[in-house]
Every structure is written in structure tokens, then in C-alpha cells.
Write a protein that binds this ligand. Structure first.
Ligand SMILES: Nc1nc2c(ncn2[C@@H]2O[C@H](COP(=O)(O)OP(=O)(O)OP(=O)(O)O)[C@@H](O)[C@H]2O)c(=O)[nH]1
Ligand SMILES: [Mg+2]
Length: 257
């Protein structure tokens, strides 16, 4: 379903933001998204954040009919939150979905570039690893880890993408519909690579647009070693499934043009 504005068909865009303890960032984020892409709807998928992010989202939504809030019962992880956002865009017939983190690591200033990238792509990726992109204030260890993950992904999954692990992306919803997301095996950090791989198997055209990833603006970091180990394991499993083209990886129906 598309909106008609001055005779032009504009795509219905949803910006989906998963939140857990982002009370210090949410209001400013919503305001900046509104300024940059006023026609877009925003969905906050909150996991009963102890800091009251969900209640804040409700109070913002009370005066804003294009801000939607879904409350889940507790912390179920970023991967399942993004999946729930994707299902919401399918159920509510949006055309394009932009996913981003709530902590300003993904600055809203790149939103117009992501949308422009969709002129000739099915997934536009905010990329740290193409010219013009980068990371700000990352310690040497985190940079090395991210590079190593990128190398592993290229080796195992052989996708034509420089940055397969970020959550700052724009997806064509019709493509998500046939990307067989119900069979996802990853829930941690490897979730992002698996989504991209399933889109690729479903025939997606990729484009990357540069972003500079900044450290979170407010709130405490939650990244941990256990999660990284689980994700490397999931990536190896994914590589194995991809190599032997297991049925659970294949698209549900032929790609619609
Ligand atoms: N709904 C939901 N959102 C989550 C969950 N875990 C993280 N998020 C959100 O997902 C986004 C990315 O998570 P971050 O905690 O920023 O992950 P990170 O960038 O690897 O780590 P730091 O920024 O250093 O904490 C943020 O908007 C979080 O609020 C979760 O379990 N449920
Ligand atoms: Mg973050």
C-alpha cells in the first residue's frame, strides 16, 4: 500500500527501533527522525525496560498517531525484537522498513541516504567499511573483533557485502516476506548476518551507503564475551547450512519483481 501525495506515490516507511533501557535517548531520537523523514511512521519495540523506556514511548505516542509502541513482557534479545518489527511491517503493509539502534550509534542524519539507496536496491546497508564510513572512538580490540567477524562472514557466506553485522539498514518489505525468516537460527549478534543471507538467497539487490558508527550517547553498554562466542558458533552453523543449501535457508516463494 502506498500513500498518494500531490499525485506521486510515496512508499509507506516504518522506522523500527528496538529498545532496552534507552530512556535517555528515545525522545531526542524520535524528534530527529521526525525532522529528517516526516512522513515515516516509527515503531518502538520495548522489552519492559526497567528504566521506564516503554512508559516514555507511550507518553510520546499519546500525541503522535504515527508513533507506535509494542511492549513485550521482558528482555527477549535484539534479534527477536527485530524479527517482531519485521513481522509488524508485513502485517501492517508497509513498503520499506528502516531498522536502527536507539542509542545514537546510528545517527539519524543518514536516514535520507538509506532511503535514496532503495531506488535500485532491495536492502540498503549503513556501512562502516566502505569509503566515507567508519567507527568513532572504538578501542583497537573492538575494531579487530568487528573486522575478524566481517572476514569470517565473507569466507563462510560469500555475500558481496563489506558490512554484514550492523543493524542500520533499509529493507524492502516484499522481500522480507519471502526471505523465510520463520526458520532463523540466530538470535544474538549473528542475527544480522543471517537476515542478510536469507535476503540474498531470496534474490535481494544490495547497496551500501557509508555511515560513521558512534559510541552510545546515553546509557550503559551491554556487549559481552558470552554473546560473542555464541554468535561465532551460530555463524559457523550458518556457513554449513548455506554451503549445503539446506531447505530451511531457502526463500519461501519466488522473488516478486
Ligand atoms: N527490545 C529489545 N531491544 C534491545 C535488546 N537488547 C538491546 N536492545 C536494543 O538494541 C539496540 C542495540 O543494542 P546495544 O545495547 O546498543 O548494543 P551494542 O551497540 O552492541 O552495545 P552498546 O551500545 O555498547 O551497549 C539498542 O537500541 C538497544 O536498546 C533486547 O533484549 N530487547
Ligand atoms: Mg549500541
Amino acid at each position: 500500500m502506498e500513500q498518494a501525495v500531490d499525485g506521486m506515490q510515496l512508499p509507506r516507511v516504518l522506522v523500527g527501533v528496538a529498545t532496552y533501557n534507552e530512556r535517555g535517548n528515545l525522545a531526542a531520537l524520535v524528534a530527529e527522525i521526525r525532522t529528517l523523514i516526516p512522513a515515516a511512521h516509527i515503531l518502538v519495540m520495548d522489552d519492559n525496560s526497567p528504566d521506564g523506556t516503554g512508559a516514555l514511548a507511550d507518553s510520546l505516542a499519546a500525541n503522535d498517531s504515527s508513533l507506535h509502541v509494542v511492549h513485550r513482557t521482558g528482555k527477549l534479545g535484539l534479534g527477536t525484537a527485530i524479527l517482531a518489527i519485521m513481522r509488524y511491517t508485513i502485517d501492517n503493509q508497509y513498503d520499506l522498513l528502516i531498522t536502527m539502534d536507539a542509542d545514537f550509534s546510528h545517527h539519524p542524519r543518514y536516514l535520507p541516504d538509506l532511503l535514496r539507496g532503495m531506488d535500485d536496491a532491495d536492502v540498503t546497508i549503513g556501512s562502516r567499511y566502505i569509503p566515507g564510513g567508519g567507527t568513532e572512538n572504538w578501542p583497537w580490540s573492538r575494531r579487530m573483533m568487528s573486522r575478524a567477524a566481517g572476514w569470517l562472514v565473507r569466507l563462510l557466506l560469500r555475500m558481496p557485502v563489506r558490512d554484514a553485522s550492523g543493524n542500520y539498514r533499509c529493507y524492502r518489505v516484499s522481500l522480507l516476506q519471502c526471505a523465510n525468516l520463520d526458520d532463523m537460527i540466530s538470535h544474538g549478534y549473528s542475527f544480522m548476518q543471517e537476515v542478510l543471507h536469507r535476503c540474498w538467497l531470496a534474490g535481494a539487490r544490495f547497496r551500501e551507503t557509508p555511515i560513521v558508527f558512534a559510541e552510545r550517547r546515553a546509557g550503559r553498554t551491554k556487549a559481552g564475551l558470552g554473546e560473542i562466542t555464541r554468535s561465532v558458533w551460530a555463524l559457523l552453523r550458518l556457513g554449513w547450512l548455506a554451503r549445503f543449501r539446506k531447505a530451511s535457508m531457502m526463500p519461501k516463494e519466488p522473488r516478486r519483481s
